[in-house]
Write a protein that binds this ligand. Structure first.
Ligand SMILES: *Cc1c(COP(=O)(O)O)cnc(C)c1O
Ligand SMILES: [Zn+2]
Length: 410
């Protein structure tokens, strides 16, 4: 890994070599990848990146990249689309949507998995594994299949049928646990110590989480190498939020952004699983675990690994972490669909509902150029919308159509 110096404990600062290890042996703090930013700065340019692949790997110098063949289905370089109709409805001058549902397995998790499995393979692993709230399972199973690796995916037993189907189709093992994601995660932490498997979000988590930075890199590049004024990020473990924030800062560190970013980062959760939002509201530093009961299953992590760091990051930049009511999730999904023609999953509903609230309360001002991260697609979470019946035509006639439309002429 050309520009990677090693791993470092986020708590005590101890250094470790590049290895499949995610916690510090001395203080149990999380390990993070350390780069030689001076070396990166002397090599990366806007033009060089523009000529790179249309995927997360255009930012390879800012990722763990062991060299050699990557595990790559083409994740990343998703559109940043202007959303004028939603902006007008909310009362914003300029709103952008980052459409990460357009990734190969239709969520932002393809970014982190491509990085995690590329690293895992360089360590010699042949089995990819994960604890998942749904989307990660899809991404791990697909990337493993594409790389000729085995996969073993652990999920809670109450996931949406679309997410289960979009995992089993790739032919890996899918094991469902009677319990929440947090129970699944505990099991995986135990297995990771025992089996020679690359758990993307356990033993190779330091590399996995770096993949989330590419969301920030792309947003900045797509805005013409500028940082937005505000961003709304859905929060499960808190990894995406902290890494988005870190990614923006790194662009400045290596000279790709001339001005230091002042982006205000806001986190979004649903009330049924909102441990980070609750800690934020209470002014607490520590996140107290909860039992998830939310329709936004992809965000259903009751004991979020990066919750503490997400709190610290939003406080440092003047942001917030909001919990929206459960019944606002489907409303957020339909608001986005109705105004912009985009069908997002529940996590996107949480993000849009949070954005709506932040603008309504004046926390995001009308003139703040805002980006909302739409991290997955709606076809995977049809259950969230309830039964949506079409209007039944009594007979196939012009009169029946006019009658069905209630006499409204369109
Ligand atoms: C996993 C996930 C997130 C957030 O993940 P973090 O654990 O906070 O990094 C957001 N949206 C979707 C659709 C997800 O699957
Ligand atoms: Zn430590």
């Amino acid at each position: 890994m050309k520009y990677v110096e090693g791993l470092r404990c986020r708590e005590c600062g101890r250094d470790y070599p590049v290895a499949p290890q995610h916690v510090c042996e001395f203080c149990w703090g999380p390990l993070e990848v350390v780069y030689d930013y001076d070396a990166i700065a002397s090599e990366v340019t806007h033009a060089g990146i523009a000529n790179g692949p249309e995927s997360i790997w255009r930012y390879a110098p800012l990722l763990p990249d062991p060299g050699g063949e990557r595990v790559d289905l083409g994740a990343g370089w998703t559109p940043l689309r202007s959303a004028p109709r939603l902006a007008a409805e909310l009362g914003l001058d300029k709103l952008w949507l980052k459409l990460d549902g357009l990734n190969p397995t239709h969520s932002f998790k393809d970014r982190v998995v491509s990085v995690a499995l590329t690293t895992a393979r360089s360590f010699g692993y042949n089995v990819a594994a994960c604890a998942s709230t749904g989307n990660l399972a899809n991404a791990v199973a697909a990337h493993a299949a594409s790389a000729g690796m085995e996969s073993v995916v652990f999920i809670p037993n109450d996931l949406e049928t679309g997410k289960v189907a979009a995992t089993t189709v790739y032919g890996g093992r899918v094991l469902a646990v009677d319990g929440s994601y947090d129970d699944v995660n505990r099991l995986c932490a135990e297995l990771a110590g025992d089996h020679p498997w690359a758990f993307v979000n356990v033993n190779v988590r330091p590399y996995y989480s770096e993949g989330s930075k590419t969301m920030a890199f792309e947003v900045a590049e797509q805005l013409g190498w500028r940082a937005p004024a505000a961003v709304v990020v859905p929060v499960a473990s808190g990894s995406l939020l902290t890494k988005f924030n870190k990614g923006l800062k790194e662009l400045h560190t290596v000279g790709l952004l001339t001005e230091e970013p002042t982006t205000v980062v806001h986190g979004a959760q649903a009330e049924g699983c909102s441990p980070v939002a609750r800690a934020f509201a209470q002014g607490a530093d520590e996140v107290r675990p909860v039992k998830p009961h939310t329709i936004a299953k992809s965000l259903g992590i009751g004991n979020p690994a990066d919750g503490y760091y997400a709190l610290r990051d939003v406080r440092a930049c003047g942001g917030t972490i909001t919990a929206v009511p459960e019944d606002a999730v489907a409303r957020g999904m339909t608001l986005l669909a109705r105004t912009e023609g985009l069908f997002t999953e529940t996590a996107g509903g949480v993000t849009i509902a949070t954005l709506e609230r932040l603008v309504r309360e004046g926390i995001i001002a009308r003139d703040q150029e805002t980006v909302a991260l739409i991290t997955g697609v709606g076809l995977k979470t049809l259950e969230a919308l309830g039964p949506n019946q079409p209007t039944h035509l009594e007979e196939t006639s012009v009169e029946a159509v006019d009658h069905a439309l209630g006499g409204v002429s369109l």
